[in-house]
Write a protein that binds this ligand. Structure first.
Ligand SMILES: O=P(O)(O)OC[C@H]1O[C@](O)(COP(=O)(O)O)[C@@H](O)[C@@H]1O
Ligand SMILES: [Mg+2]
Ligand SMILES: [Mg+2]
Length: 352
């Protein structure tokens, strides 16, 4: 049997799932352009220092005041160019202060983090590109207004991860989360897996625990209880993971479960954590829910947050249903965080 080309395979898949819906057709065409651009990104990232100092700072800052790396800016340029070729009305990018108008009359808008995990560029660790596709709003009075929709309104979302494998992980319409992996021999994406359901329980948590002293008591209590392992109320030994690339944590959790936390903390500017709602939290939450997991701001579903600004941050907790719901209990029930040891005694918190 001759091997079908990955582009055809991806297009055939998209063709099957979009049917006659014009917005989904636009979303499918856009995913095709993102996939094509990500092949170039993957090549460039694979060259690393042979290409140049991709991880060096440029002396400029992005929308949030973060110092931009060479690759942040290159990625932004490459993906904006790709989206110009797609039926996309406008784009919000982490690297652009304002929303950018692309194709008037197009039916969708895209929010993106062109390069996620910037601190890992020169460490040869997985990094990625995150994207969120929303329908345009007939009633919107400004370009920005199209982007200020709940994550639940997304018609497609996903990310590309540039790691040992380059893979595009996405869901479109009501379809499951799919993984297409790049075959570097021919530069084509091939279907690799359908994701889910994410296991309800897990023994892995991902958090930047160097922020422990800045967290509020309920988050400290939850992480302390995980770390107490079999001796604590969780009644299981945990492993901790922190890659510092959201795409890598999301990929791992989609495939084998676990919990990720980037809560708000007391550092100046971190009351809503670090991650951006439109192009980090919302697309990851879309995939996680679609795969049977749970994603919250620590308490409530992240996909129900009504954004008020394109670059706003939101606390993010996602992954296996049981531990994510348990974090909400720690946060909402003062007894759980303040008196947890006597309250739960020898009982396992997960099995109440
Ligand atoms: O350095 P910290 O505080 O642990 O934050 C790591 C988090 O920041 C991010 O790198 C933010 O994304 P950017 O690299 O796009 O700014 C996430 O990928 C990651 O989860
Ligand atoms: Mg990011
Ligand atoms: Mg980024």
């Amino acid at each position: 049997m001759p091997r079908i080309s990955g582009a055809e395979e991806l297009k055939a898949y998209l063709g099957r799932v979009v049917g006659a819906d014009a917005r989904l057709e636009a979303a499918a065409a856009t995913l095709g352009e993102i996939a094509a651009a990500s092949v170039k990104m993957s090549d460039l990232i694979g060259l690393g220092r042979l290409y140049g100092h991709l991880g060096d700072s440029r002396g400029s800052t992005n929308s949030d005041g973060d110092v931009q790396k060479e690759l942040d800016v290159l990625a932004d340029e490459m993906f904006v160019e790709a989206l110009r070729r797609a039926p996309v009305y406008g784009v919000v990018s982490e690297e652009l202060k304002e929303a950018l108008l692309l194709n008037p009359n197009a039916p969708i808008v895209v929010s993106m983090d062109p390069l996620d995990g910037s601190s890992n560029i020169d460490a040869n660790v997985s990094i990625g590109t995150i994207f969120s596709l929303l329908p345009t709003l007939p009633e919107a009075r400004s370009l920005e207004a199209h982007f200020l929709q709940k994550g639940r309104a997304q018609i497609a979302a996903g990310f590309v991860i540039y790691g040992p494998q380059t893979s595009m992980v996405f869901a479109i319409g009501a379809s499951p989360v799919e993984i297409f992996t790049l075959d570097r021999n021919d530069g084509q994406f091939y279907h690799a897996a359908t994701v889910g359901p994410i296991p309800k329980e897990s023994s892995e948590y991902a958090v930047n625990s160097s922020n422990y002293r800045h967290w509020e008591p309920s988050i400290r209590a939850f992480i302390e209880d995980c770390a107490r392992g079999l001796d604590g109320p969780m009644k299981r030994n945990y492993n901790m993971r922190w890659v510092a690339s959201l795409v890598a944590e999301a990929y791992r959790i989609l495939l084998r479960g676990g919990i990720f936390l980037y809560p708000g903390d007391q550092r100046p500017g971190y009351s809503d954590g670090r991650l951006r709602l439109l192009y980090e939290g919302a697309p990851v939450a879309f995939l996680i829910e679609r795969a049977g997991g749970v994603a919250t701001d620590g308490l409530s579903p992240l996909l129900d947050i009504e954004p008020t600004a394109i670059h706003q941050r939101a606390p993010l907790v996602f992954g296996s249903a049981d531990p994510v719901r348990l974090v909400a209990r720690y946060r909402s029930d003062p007894k759980v965080s303040a008196e947890r040891a006597p309250l739960f005694g020898g009982r396992g918190l997960m099995r109440d």
